[in-house]
Design a protein around this ligand. Structure first.
Ligand code: FAD
Length: 451
């Protein structure tokens, strides 16, 4: 049978753009439909604008620090309008980069919503139908809201970049990395920030010592972090929002942001109708090669709810192209993914937490917490953490956890060693880079805990 395309990609985000481009470079005839902006969540409403806001917020104490180092410099005010204008311009530029990547590689694009009509047919919003030998679902996910009265009054991470003005007060609901990152950002930008989390500690799933340090540093920096607390209801109060919480307290905030989870974008895509299996959270169920229950339909990225990170979506997209267009069946590797959480302070982490490792086998824990030179000289009290979790039996480093300025940059490099299977002794025989914070990662002599 003759198809219009070899590949039709639905979704122009991290995974879809990469898979579409690389397949086209392999000589495939490729089309891609995007209903919103090219670049997807990461570029338009995720990693990129968020990181730029982290940068903006980290200047909060730059003038004081400079003064401490002898500079005659005065702190000034943050101008949201100036920042937002530059942010929008940067996102426009990046969106164009993504469009051009597709165009320059011969991918035909359709600026509209698409859904699956059958195993080889995609239907565009204007009713046009296109056939393809393979269909790739790369439609990502969206933020969800708590099911409480007044939820419509809350904003989500999608809206935070578009505020007309910065609120004076904000409540951020959630304890995951997005909630915790935005608590740090808004606090740094001068917004009086409260964070509710229903559990006992934020950043569930990460190493306990790491999350405890970050939580206490966030409180130290002025965030009103209230754990074991959730929202019961929201109510309009003039131009503010009145919040009743599970402790029975009512507080009024200028804005409330829910960062309480994300859901895969599978609604209305026609998937179950054609036989694609959908999981409990609405995710597309795929095998190790990202193939769905319909052999011609594959899915990558957040819509599959495996590891919801941009580099993972990209890897899955590349593995799909290797498998389907290069005749080289390739499973995306989800083991030992290094990652950063841009809280303030920042976390870099790879491998198992102390708790996960201990449940698996006998371990040694090497950990040190100290005031770094640069901040300490400036009179700041914040602490960093360097931690290795080591297998007693194999001596391999099972986990590396860093809380420090630039921890994301550090863990990318430490991640190579851990991925290679480095032992504690490999770390030990690496000479320290002095004076740095990260030298501690190769100079920790005795375990602080074993067993
Ligand atoms: P997406 O990038 O979401 O792209 C999907 C695209 O499909 C979207 O453009 C959407 O408009 C389009 N689409 C959906 N349905 C249709 C349809 N029916 N027809 C046509 N088009 C459709 N990851 C990191 O690695 N590091 C970070 O620091 C980080 N920070 C983040 C911060 C925030 C606030 C958020 C929300 C996410 C962050 N992420 C981060 C996660 C990262 O953004 C995602 O993992 C990544 O974007 C997933 O890529 P994707 O290709 O699966 O989907």
């Amino acid at each position: 049978m003759e198809f219009d395309y070899d590949l039709f990609v639905i979704g122009g985000g991290s995974g879809g753009v990469r898979a579409g481009r690389v397949a086209a470079q392999e000589g495939a005839k490729v089309a891609l439909a995007e209903e919103d902006r090219y670049g997807g969540t990461c570029v338009i409403r995720g990693c990129v604008p968020k990181k730029l806001m982290v940068f903006a917020s980290e200047f909060a104490h730059a003038a004081e620090d400079a003064q401490a180092y002898g500079w005659d410099i005065q702190p000034g005010a943050f101008d949201w309008d100036v920042f937002r204008g530059k942010l929008y311009a940067e996102l426009d530029r990046l969106e164009n980069v993504y469009r051009n990547i597709l165009g320059n590689n011969g991918v035909e694009t359709f600026d509209q919503r698409a859904k699956v009509a059958d195993a080889h047919t995609v239907e565009l919003a204007d009713g046009t139908r296109k056939t393809a030998k393979h269909i790739l679902l790369a439609v990502g996910g969206r933020p969800t809201k708590l099911d409480v009265p007044g939820a419509e009054l809350a904003i989500t991470s999608n809206d935070i970049f578009h505020l007309d003005k910065l609120p004076e007060t904000i409540l951020i609901v959630g304890g995951g990395y997005i909630a915790s990152e935005f608590a740090g950002i808004l606090n740094g930008l001068g917004v009086k920030t409260t964070q509710f989390y229903r559990g006992a500690q934020i950043l569930r799933g990460f190493d306990d010592e790491t999350r405890n340090l970050v939580a206490s540093e966030m409180i130290e920096k002025g965030i009103d972090l209230q754990v074991n607390t959730n929202v019961v209801s929201l109510e309009q109060d003039g131009d503010k929002v009145k919040v009743l919480d599970t402790n029975g307290t009512t507080t009024t905030f200028d804005k409330v942001m829910f960062a309480t989870g994300r859901a895969p974008n599978t609604d209305g895509l026609g998937l179950t109708e054609v036989g694609v299996e959908i999981g409990r959270k609405g995710e597309v169920v795929v095998d190790d090669y990202s193939q769905t229950a319909v052999p011609s339909i594959y899915a990558v990225g957040d819509v599959t709810d495996r590891v919801n990170l941009t580099p993972v979506a990209i890897r899955e997209g590349m593995a799909f192209v290797e498998t389907v267009f290069k005749g080289n069946p390739t499973k995306p590797d989800h083991e030992l993914i290094p990652t950063a959480i841009f809280t303030q302070p920042e976390i870099g982490t790879v491998g198992l937490s102390e708790e996960e490792a201990r449940a698996q086998e006998p371990i040694e824990v090497y950990s040190t917490s100290f005031k770094p030179m640069q901040q300490s000289f400036a009179g700041r009290s914040e602490k960093v953490l360097m931690k290795l979790v080591v297998s007693q039996k194999t001596r391999k480093v099972l986990g590396c956890h860093i809380v420090a300025p630039g921890a994301g940059e550090m863990i990318q490099l430490a991640g190579i060693a851990v991925k290679m299977g480095a032992t504690k002794e490999d770390f030990d025989r690496t000479v320290a880079v002095h004076p740095t914070m990260s030298e501690e990662i190769v100079t920790m002599k005795s375990p602080v805990r074993t067993g």
